[in-house]
Write a protein that binds this ligand. Sequence first.
Ligand SMILES: NC(=O)c1ccc[n+]([C@@H]2O[C@H](COP(=O)([O-])OP(=O)(O)OC[C@H]3O[C@@H](n4cnc5c(N)ncnc54)[C@H](O)[C@@H]3O)[C@@H](O)[C@H]2O)c1
Length: 311
Amino acid sequence: MISWSHALVTGGAGFIGSHLTRALLADGRAVTVLDNLSVGRREVVPDGARFVHGDIRDERAVAEALAGVDCVFHLAAQVTIRGSFDRFHEDLDTNVMGTARLLRAVDPTRVKWFTLASSMAIYSDSDSPKPIDESHPKRPISPYGVGKLAAEDVSQQVLEARGIPFTATRFFNTYGPGQTFTPYVGVLTIFVTRLLRGEPITIFGDGEQQRDFIHVKDIVAGAMAAPGREPGRYNLGTGRGTSLNQLAAMVLAKLAPGKQANHAPAQAGELRFSVADISAARRALGFSPTRTLQQDMDDVIEWVRQREVTK
Ligand SMILES: NC(=O)c1ccc[n+]([C@@H]2O[C@H](COP(=O)([O-])OP(=O)(O)OC[C@H]3O[C@@H](n4cnc5c(N)ncnc54)[C@H](O)[C@@H]3O)[C@@H](O)[C@H]2O)c1
């Protein structure tokens, strides 16, 4: 067992990072958030957290953020698979070089664990909806996936050499209240937002591609379980696939009964089947996701509705 008391959450003003920060505070930990607010918002960082407004590529900001910290959750990243084709330079600069700069600053005499938010995008595409485990081939099909895999590899090598235990948590498609609205990330949030605005929704490709949609609370529980358990790289999903046609039908039934989704050509970088085998995380982290899209859809709709009213 390790004992630690003060977490750094990079990207803590973002969707998953702000949920994680709240959960860590509720668990009695001190939390420092480092975020450049490129996507995240200051107001979602809870009052109890120390906030450092800065970039993970900035040595001074990183040093300030690491003061007193004994456990790191590194979530700050450019998060868009499709966008990473246009902005591959910025994407890799943040997701790989930013991670490298953070690693360089971590003091092995203080930091007892380092957890990296990785992604299902590190995997090669799969030709069946069968859940994939961590041994599935890794030939990412987007610059974003290349960067996340490089970040995992360099973190493992550097941290192992310096004696700091390392866990990579590979998040599958995460949904829930608080998801940042961009045209690229978070298909459920995009569908709900567009329908509430009276706009049509679009499915890229035939819609039979499958995703493993996991609620942000389950993701946070998986990430928080990492420090002190078996180091390694673990899939965090539900083990269940949902096709985009199924997802669209669920959202349309709630918000625009009788309407249909449009279809547009498939986009570069999109995996056909992305469903997690979570046996390793169950065994090593005690990971046990409980939420389902069916139960949580109304919460997401309500959250987007509030955001649309107050924006
Ligand atoms: N949302 C998903 O479905 C999903 C799936 C797989 C992996 N992930 C990973 O989880 C993590 C969190 O994702 P999210 O969905 O909360 O995204 P998000 O965009 O809401 O959060 C990312 C945060 O990082 C901050 N940030 C970006 N570049 C930065 C920089 N250079 N310096 C400091 N801060 C910076 C942003 O301002 C933002 O607050 C990311 O590492 C992402 O790659 C997310």
